[in-house]
Design a binder for this molecule. Structure first.
Ligand SMILES: Cc1cc2nc3c(=O)[nH]c(=O)nc-3n(C[C@H](O)[C@H](O)[C@H](O)COP(=O)(O)OP(=O)(O)OC[C@H]3O[C@@H](n4cnc5c(N)ncnc54)[C@H](O)[C@@H]3O)c2cc1C
Length: 443
């Protein structure tokens, strides 16, 4: 195999599509029964449009957008401003799923699902083959190069690279179980926020209107309920203090379909967990699912426009915001991103604020100055000590603060695309080490 991509989330999909489009024989290995990960949850793709609304990620994302519009033009939602701090690209997750499958077919990416990479054969820092376990099989597949798109640096760790987890005190961002509700009256919830602007989190970014009433009015005029209802709002604070609502920052609501009058709800959370501990992680499912049931019931009772709404989908897996990050040739820092720093070896762009969910109702949100973007250097994708393995997505080399922004899906698609292109450059030039690839050729 020319290129094996381990992990079929946003980064792995972009890496595999790019590598295959460049003519490499490409295998995408995913331990779940389908690809996509969080991409099909209904959350907005963040990091693709700056707070000023300028697009900063193209390539595979643009192809996916075109494919979505072709599949069902009426389902198109597009970039929407929350008048809090971001422009999120809102998409119908089921149309996006079909769009991803269509591109995988078109570019001839080979898939190996229900299969985990469990081991590696490494020689002098070069991976020669991956050992994989399926439900019914174990095999060894040789490869010329590999992309670590596992979301946690798992492939790099197997190859002997250093991977760091959480904060220095081993704290992690909380985990969540996302769900969608249909039958929501968009007009009702938007007009409530228009008339009670203090109920939503608004105007956090100096590049957006500073006046809450103006921001809520613009949100209303958009016609799409992309908003964060604070857990300290009049609507929710009573439920929060009585314990009917679990501690959370806000009910983050994202529109996913006009036809189905459907939104994605990002509201559940369990904190204080070591996300690298599968047993502990699995143990949160009962609590998270109870939060889904209780919060949905509460929203039906309390939120304007939700009286007729019902749960139509619950994410099939627990959402992990933070996991392992490789130690690369360069570690992108919070200081870099908040200085909107440029790098000579930039291969991707990020623009999402430093976004670190904490315990209880806490969340750190620090916007990129001027509503602009920052560069992601090629070196931050190269695990120290490895020659033909490159990382993409959430697990690139970044400190905790920088990881709080590079982790979003738009940025993961971008680093994934850069990784796929780097694989093509490595093999086409017959290089033995990703360090020999000229970063300029990857932009
Ligand atoms: C609750 C929550 C809310 C979020 N909100 C947003 C949002 O609104 N907008 C946004 O843009 N981002 C959001 N994010 C962040 C974003 O969804 C993720 O960080 C991003 O999707 C990570 O993409 P990835 O491809 O790097 O990793 P992942 O999506 O985690 O993909 C990695 C894949 O690798 C597979 N894998 C792992 N190990 C192996 C192995 N050994 N063998 C085979 N396969 C393996 C996994 O099964 C997984 O499918 C949110 C995250 C969470 C949890």
């Amino acid at each position: 195999m020319d290129c094996i991509v381990a992990g079929g989330g946003a980064a792995g999909i972009a890496a595999a599509l790019t590598s295959a489009r460049e003519g490499l024989e490409t295998l995408l290995i995913e331990m779940e029964g389908g690809v996509g990960g969080d991409l099909f949850s209904g959350m907005p793709v963040l990091g693709a449009f700056t707070s000023r609304g300028e697009q900063c990620v193209y390539g595979i994302l643009t192809e996916l957008e075109h494919e979505c519009r072709k599949l069902d033009p009426d389902a198109w939602l597009g970039p929407v401003c929350d008048y809090r701090t971001v422009h999120g690209l809102c998409l119908d997750p089921e149309i996006l799923r079909l769009a991803v499958y269509a591109l995988l077919r078109r570019y001839g990416v080979r898939l190996l699902l229900n299969t985990a990479v469990t081991g590696v054969e490494v020689e002098n820092g070069s991976v020669r083959s991956l050992i994989v376990h399926g439900k019914n099989s174990r095999r060894q597949i040789s490869c010329a190069c590999a992309v670590d798109a596992t979301g946690g640096g798992h492939l790099s760790a197997m190859c002997g690279a250093v991977v760091r987890y959480g904060s220095e005190q081993r704290e992690f961002q909380p985990v969540s179980l996302l769900y969608r509700m249909c039958g929501v009256d968009f007009e009702k919830i938007l007009s409530y926020v228009r008339d009670h602007p203090q109920e939503a989190i608004l105007c956090e970014n100096p590049v957006l209107p500073a006046d809450q009433t103006e921001a809520a009015l613009r949100l209303y005029r958009n016609g799409l309920p992309y908003l964060a209802l604070s857990s300290h709002s009049q609507l929710l604070s009573g439920a929060l203090s009585s314990g009917r609502l679990h501690p959370c920052t806000a009910a983050f609501i994202t529109p996913t379909s006009r036809k189905r009058r459907e939104v994605c709800m990002n509201v559940t959370r369990v904190s204080g967990l070591n996300c690298a501990d599968e047993e502990a992680l699995s143990g949160t499912l009962p609590q998270l699912s109870a939060q889904v049931a209780d919060s949905a019931r509460l929203f039906q009772e309390l939120l304007p426009g939700f009286a007729q709404a019902s749960i139509c989908s619950i994410m099939h897996k627990i959402g992990v915001r933070e996991s392992g990050r490789i130690e690369g040739e360069y570690t992108l820092t919070q200081e870099d991103v908040l200085a909107a720093r440029r790098f000579d070896d930039a291969v991707a762009c990020g623009c999402h604020h430093v976004d670190i969910h904490g315990r209880g109702t806490d969340q750190v949100r620090i916007p990129i100055p001027g509503g602009g973007s920052y560069h992601i250097p090629y070196r931050s994708m190269l695990p120290k000590g490895l020659r033909n393995v490159i990382a993409a997505g959430r697990c690139i080399s970044s400190d905790r603060g920088a990881n709080g922004t590079v982790r979003v899906m738009g940025t993961c698609l971008d680093t994934g695309q850069a990784a796929g292109r780097a694989c093509a450059a490595l093999l086409q030039n017959k290089y033995r080490d990703f360090r020999q690839v000229e970063s300029r050729a990857l932009r």
